[in-house]
Design a protein around this ligand. Structure first.
Ligand SMILES: Cc1ncc(COP(=O)(O)O)c(C=O)c1O
Length: 471
């Protein structure tokens, strides 16, 4: 077993760089330089924590970071081992430089609780690089072009398998259209199914970029106020203002959280059938459910083919990948194809074949399971911290899902003032009131927890706590 106790002299406890980052950097450096030979066992987290006078979670975070990068591997029941450095390798970090891909953005820019962002420090870069390199060797044409405006057929087949296994949704690859993230998919749906002047049902509160797209296209929002079991179903009586389509977040309402009840789902589907309208299911973060069984997609309930399902890889994978997809009923495929001809394809082909290989190799699912476990711990930590520090001010419902927690504020607290003050100190959270478009606005803070370690969450919550106490 390797002795890492001398690392104690390299750790700078006053530094703004988190200790787990310093530790993973130091171990990585030893592996890359050859000081730690391949296939050697690293000390167990408990004993290294004692040797270095660090918490066990710091050691675990550092080891997990190195596993994600491919420098070490965990073996069931026998700990962590250094990996051989293969032909695909990242450059070791030169002294004093900073590679955001390997160690995340600088501490200062990470000092935030931005909602909805994944932790790119956990990303399995090495495995992804192998998928890209496989495509580059075996099918280089796929990196720069696709023959089909709906996207790479292998990726569409991989997504069809993913939807069946993980979302209970049966769809053929032909029904799947690859988009530049879910926002592009939503825009394609709006362009395909509504014309200028038509009504579009939107949740209030809801996702603001979507509202902006609807307004920009000259469409009229039909606001659906959020209720306890989901948003209001539009009244059929208002025949002159029946929305052509309604965009919903049934698995995890954005930004309030909470899943739509089965009864409400049925009501929406009945409404769509009776009014000849469409439902767009924006399933933006449903992979992240931390308790209970997964909630089946609304589209999986639909026996009348009135639902278009929209998914994204921004949350599990990377916001920068800009790949998402929609699943259209067969009856709409020609209309969607026409929209792509009229307005163009925005999804880039470069990563599509590699993503298919990443899904098929199982790496994607490993990464998803791992993120879910880590995010669940971070969420638990954030909740207990809020209970300890701010229990007298904030309240929240525990929906055990998603990538952010909504901390509600009582009357008299203005969320925008808190958000502004926090951003001046480098902590970026989102104000609940800013997601309302109409009517009474409730106040609260949307706190992201996925992209941040416990140390980072704690230091950021301290900033928020100070601001709230000084109001
Ligand atoms: C509710 C909701 N819909 C859609 C999106 C857009 O995601 P994408 O990055 O896939 O475009 C987001 C992003 O956070 C979101 O919160």
């Amino acid at each position: 077993m390797i002795d890492l106790s001398s690392l104690v002299y390299e750790l700078d406890r006053q530094s703004t760089s988190p200790l787990f980052v310093q530790l993973s950097n130091a171990i990585r450096h030893r592996i890359v330089s050859g000081e730690i030979m391949p296939r050697l066992r690293l000390p167990p987290s408990r004993s290294l924590a004692t040797d270095l006078d660090l918490s066990r979670s710091t050691i675990t975070n550092a080891y997990e970071q190195l596993v994600a990068e491919g420098y070490i591997e965990g073996r069931r029941g026998s700990g962590f081992y250094s990996c051989p450095i293969g032909e695909i390798e990242f450059n070791p970090e030169p002294e004093g430089s900073h590679d955001p891909q390997l160690s995340g953005p600088p501490a200062e820019s990470r000092k935030r609780l931005h909602p909805g962002s994944p932790d790119m420090r956990l990303f399995p870069y090495r495995q992804w690089a192998q998928c890209v390199s496989r495509v580059a060797r075996l099918a280089p044409k796929a990196l720069i072009s696709t023959d089909d405006s709906f996207g790479n057929i292998q990726l569409r087949q991989s997504i069809a398998r993913y939807l069946k296994d993980w979302r209970g949704l049966e769809a053929s690859a032909e029904q799947i259209l690859i988009t530049a993230g879910s926002i592009d998919a939503l825009e394609i749906c709006v362009r395909t199914l509504a014309d200028s002047g038509d009504y579009v049902g939107l949740e209030n509160p809801g996702y603001q970029p979507l509202r902006n797209i609807v307004l920009n296209l000259g469409l009229r929002p039909f606001w659906l106020a959020a209720g306890e079991h989901g948003p209001e179903v539009p009244q059929i009586k208002l025949a002159e203002a029946v929305p052509k389509l309604t965009i919903l977040t049934p698995s995890h309402q954005f930004p309030l959280g909470g899943a739509m009840s089965p009864l409400k789902r049925r009501e929406f589907l009945q409404w769509a059938e009776q009014t000849d309208s469409w439902i767009i299911e924006d399933d933006y973060d449903s992979e992240f459910r931390y308790a209970g069984s997964p909630i089946q997609a609304l589209a999986g309930f639909d026996t009348t083919d009135r639902t278009i399902y929209v998914g994204t890889f921004s949350k599990i994978f990377s916001e920068g990948l800009r790949l998402g997809f929609l699943v259209a009923p067969v009856s709409l495929l020609t209309e969607f194809s026409n929209t792509l001809s009229r307005f163009g394809v925005k999804a880039a082909s470069a990563s599509q074949a590699a993503l298919s290989s990443f899904l098929d190799s199982g790496e994607f699912y490993r990464h998803l399971r791992r993120c879910r476990r880590i995010y669940a711990e971070r969420r638990k930590f954030l909740i207990s911290l809020l209970q300890q520090r701010l229990d007298d001010v904030i309240s929240f419902e525990d929906h055990a899902a998603g990538m952010q927690l909504l901390a509600r504020l009582p009357p008299g607290y203005d969320d925008q003032i808190i958000v502004k003050a926090a951003s001046k100190q480098g902590v970026f959270v989102s104000a609940l009131s800013s997601h309302y478009s109409k009517g009474d606005k409730q106040h609260g803070l949307l706190l992201g927890f996925c992209g941040f370690t416990e140390e980072e969450i704690e230091s950021n919550i301290s900033v928020i706590e100070r601001i709230i106490r000084e109001l």
